[in-house]
Design a protein around this ligand. Sequence first.
Ligand code: PGA
Length: 252
Amino acid sequence: MWSQKWVLGNWKMNGRHARNQALLAEWLPQADAEGVRVGVAVPGVYLAATAAAVGPAVWAGAQDVSRFDADGAFTGETSAAMLADVGARFVLVGHSERRQYFGESNAVLADKLRHSLAAGLVPVLCVGETLAERDAGEAEAVVARQLAVLQDWTGAGVAVAYEPVWAIGTGRVADGAQIAAMHAFIYEQILSLCGGGARIRVLYGGSVNAANAADILAIPKVDGALVGGASLQAGPFTAIIQAARTVAGAPS
Ligand code: PGA
């Protein structure tokens, strides 16, 4: 388990330039929290302005990256090098909404991971089962299949976010035992896929909010949080950062 916690916001397809700048200005003064790495994944069109606003202490990130790396005839795509060029430090890869709406497969995600790492970005590989899969007793098998995309790497520089699909945007949070069990499973899988020296950070995501963040972040092998809805308002996001600071500073 890492002592530093990560709190990464995911704005999804929300925001407008002026509103984004106002939101950032509200929580930025609180973001320099000891023991906490704060970041925010924003729509690509707002990435450069976000990176400029947050400065070096906070990570601006992207929510997706092209599976192609060379410049050229890929209309509509944005490469990892372009994201890095405008100040991105990390990128979400394989968020469940992208898997659902854009059919992203492991083959596509492997390309995205490779190009992100090559461009110096930290890819945050998102994994998680649907409710039907959990009810069928397949949660671990599904997550293991999604993690298999890591098999070509030592794991250096990659983070994973466990986001049960049924907990995303639903207000329904996985309980502490479910989170602890899946994070332990993910750690084991990473060790067997990437080798004993692998140190991959594993974040939890899915209806994390100001009220539950401290409890979730204190669960063993929860190295941080990926926060959707609650990152759209300064009050809840700041409270989650503060919860992470308290947990990171607490003796383990
Ligand atoms: P949520 O989203 O916090 O709104 O559940 C999390 C995510 O999808 O990253």
